[in-house]
Design a protein around this ligand. Structure first.
Ligand SMILES: Nc1ncnc2c1ncn2[C@@H]1O[C@H](COP(=O)(O)OP(=O)(O)OP(=O)(O)O)[C@@H](O)[C@H]1O
Ligand SMILES: [Mg+2]
Length: 282
C-alpha cells in the first residue's frame, strides 16, 4: 500500500498550522440519557475529560459503555442532558467543520467520485487557502490514491475508502478529528498500515484526535493517553498516559513498556467486560 508523501505533508501541515493552532476539548460533567421503550438508559454519567490541543486520545471500553455517545456529543450530533462541551472555549451546540468525523462504516457519498468527496467540505465551508480542487488533490496525493481520483467509492476496497474518509475529514482542516472505530472493518494487515499512516498524518498536522476502539493493541500503539470507560452507566474509570517514544513503528509493539501497558489495559477491560456480561444475564 502506498505510503503518504512527505512533500505534500509539508505543504499541507504549514497550511493546517495557520488555520488550526488549537483543539482543546473540554467535557464538563456530561450526562446523556436515552429513552427507549419507556426506559431511561444512562449512556454517560457525570463525566469530565480535558484533552490538550494536538493530543491523541483513545477511548477504550466494553461494548455499550458510551464511547460512540461521547464522540457524538463532541461532534454535536447528540446533545448532553446536562453538562457542557467546549472546543477552545466555544460551546458545542451543533456539528461543524472544525470537528471532522470518520466512522467505522465508510460513509462516503456514493454518487460522488473520490476527488469530489474530498473537495466537498472545502467547497461548502470555504476553509483552506487554495481552491477546493487543489486542496482535494493535495489530500488525495497524501493518502496515495491519486490514480483513483475519478473512481466511485464502490470501486474501492474498504481500506481505500477509509483513506478517502480520512482525507475528506482532514480537507476541512479540523481542530479535532473524531474517529469511531475507523479501522474496525479492515483486515489486520491493512489495519496496521492504516495506523502508521494515521500517526504520520497526525504528527504533521498536529490535530487533536479522539479515537474510539475496542482494540487494546491499537489504543496503546496510537495514543498519548487512553481513557478507559466502564458501562452501566458509562463513565471514566482510568486515564492512562502512554509514554512510548514516537515515531512508533512495528518495533514499538515488542518493547517491554508496550507489553506492560497492554497488560494494564487488558486487565481493566477484561474486568469491565465480565461485569457487563454478568449484568446482562438477569
Ligand atoms: N440512539 C439510542 N437510543 C437509545 N439508546 C441508545 C442509543 N444510542 C446508544 N444507546 C445506548 O447507550 C449506551 C451506550 O451506547 P454507545 O453506542 O455509546 O456505546 P459504545 O461504547 O459505542 O458501544 P460499542 O462498543 O458497541 O460501539 C448503550 O446502552 C446503548 O444501548
Ligand atoms: Mg460505538
Amino acid at each position: 500500500m502506498t505510503q503518504i508523501t512527505s512533500s505534500v505533508l509539508d505543504k499541507e501541515s504549514s497550511n493546517r498550522k495557520e488555520l488550526t493552532k488549537k483543539g482543546r476539548v473540554k467535557l464538563e460533567n456530561i450526562s446523556v440519557n436515552y429513552k427507549t421503550r419507556g426506559n431511561l438508559v444512562t449512556a454517560i454519567e457525570n463525566t469530565s475529560i480535558e484533552i490538550e490541543p494536538g493530543e491523541f486520545v483513545c477511548l477504550l471500553g466494553p461494548s455499550g459503555c458510551g464511547k460512540s455517545t461521547l464522540l457524538n456529543c463532541v461532534a454535536g450530533f447528540v446533545k448532553p442532558n446536562s453538562g457542557q462541551i467546549t472546543v477552545d472555549g466555544e460551546l458545542i451546540k451543533q456539528p461543524g467543520p472544525d470537528r471532522g468525523m470518520v466512522f467505522q462504516q465508510y460513509s462516503l457519498y456514493p454518487w460522488k467520485t473520490v476527488i469530489e468527496n474530498i473537495a466537498f467540505g472545502p467547497k461548502v465551508t470555504g476553509r483552506g487557502s487554495q481552491s477546493p480542487e487543489t486542496t482535494a488533490n493535495h489530500f488525495l496525493e497524501m493518502i496515495g490514491l491519486t490514480k483513483y481520483a475519478k473512481h466511485y467509492p464502490n470501486e474501492l476496497s474498504g481500506g481505500m475508502q477509509q483513506r478517502v474518509g480520512i482525507a475528506r475529514a482532514l480537507a476541512n482542516y479540523p481542530r479535532v478529528l473524531l474517529m469511531d472505530e475507523p479501522f474496525g472493518a479492515l483486515d489486520s494487515q491493512t489495519r496496521l498500515i492504516m495506523q502508521e499512516n494515521l500517526l504520520r498524518l497526525w504528527r504533521e498536522f498536529g490535530t487533536t484526535v479522539i479515537f474510539v476502539t475496542h482494540d487494546v493493541d491499537e489504543a496503546v500503539f496510537l495514543s498519548d493517553r487512553i481513557i478507559v470507560m466502564s458501562s452501566n452507566p458509562g463513565r471514566v474509570i482510568k486515564d492512562i498516559k502512554i509514554n512510548l517514544e514516537r515515531p512508533r513503528n512495528t518495533n514499538t509493539t515488542t518493547s517491554t513498556r508496550f507489553v506492560e501497558l497492554r497488560k494494564i489495559c487488558l486487565d481493566l477491560i477484561r474486568d469491565e467486560s465480565l461485569k457487563v456480561f454478568e449484568s446482562q444475564k438477569i
